[in-house]
Design a protein around this ligand. Structure first.
Ligand SMILES: Nc1nc2c(ncn2[C@@H]2O[C@H](COP(=O)(O)OP(=O)(O)OP(=O)(O)O)[C@@H](O)[C@H]2O)c(=O)[nH]1
Ligand SMILES: [Mg+2]
Length: 207
């Protein structure tokens, strides 16, 4: 039977950078030119099947970029975060950096963070160079990619790259007891094992 894992993913970033649009592209392969700003947060799921047939289910929290909805609860216990900026807005990279600092301080230390420069279809209006963003991501040990939710370019690649990275990055200290909350809940839950074994008998991920 193929291995199955479940991870909590949170999208963070300034309002209007395209977080909801990236999720809509990833989950439904659609795009809206006129999307309403998210209120609070939206929850969606999507599954990725890797080449070795491992199945990764993402539980996605698409947060609102507007400051008034800011709440740490969405990234608490997250296994991975996609921090989005708009390549045509330099200020949005600064906001992304401040989210990353917050994650580094407050989120689970094993969190996988991907920095994502969206609106690649508007590269003619680019304010953030690839070199600048890539250098920052390398210095901070983050994954980095550019995407266009509008054309779909790079979108599934970001989520697939995260899915590939995740099962291998959960710390050994978090193994065991999947599904019982606490440390184990912050790492991938092996759904096969969860189905076959009672709480406490699990050896969750091949991490
Ligand atoms: N050209 C272009 N426009 C995009 C892209 N992604 C999103 N947009 C547009 O940018 C606007 C904002 O997109 P949203 O997905 O709502 O942004 P958001 O980050 O979820 O915003 P909040 O919910 O307020 O935090 C919308 O008008 C989208 O159509 C993209 O890749 N290219
Ligand atoms: Mg939104």
């Amino acid at each position: 039977m193929s291995k199955q894992f479940q991870f909590k993913l949170v999208l963070l970033g300034e309002s209007a950078v395209g977080k909801s649009s990236l999720v809509l592209r990833f989950v439904k392969d659609q795009f809206d030119d006129y999307r309403e700003s998210t209120i609070g947060a939206a929850f969606l799921t999507q599954t990725v099947t890797l080449e070795d047939q491992t199945i990764v289910k993402f539980e996605i929290w698409d947060t609102a970029g507007q400051e008034r909805y800011k709440a740490p609860m969405y990234y608490r216990n997250a296994n991975c975060a996609v921090v989005v900026y708009d390549i045509t807005q330099a200020s949005s990279l600064e906001k992304a950096k401040s989210w990353i600092r917050e994650l580094q301080r407050q989120a689970d230390p094993s969190i996988v963070i991907a920095l994502c420069g969206n609106k690649l279809d508007l590269a003619a209006r680019r304010q953030v160079t690839q070199e600048e963003a890539k250098k920052y991501a390398e210095e901070e040990g983050l994954m980095w990619a550019e995407t266009s939710a509008k054309t779909g370019e790079g979108v599934s690649e970001v989520f697939t790259a995260i899915a590939k990275k995740l099962p291998q990055t959960a710390p050994p200290s978090a193994r065991g007891g999947a599904g019982r909350g606490g440390a184990a809940a912050r790492t991938g839950v092996d759904l096969n094992k969860q189905a076959n074994a009672g709480p406490g008998q699990n050896e969750p991920c091949n991490c």
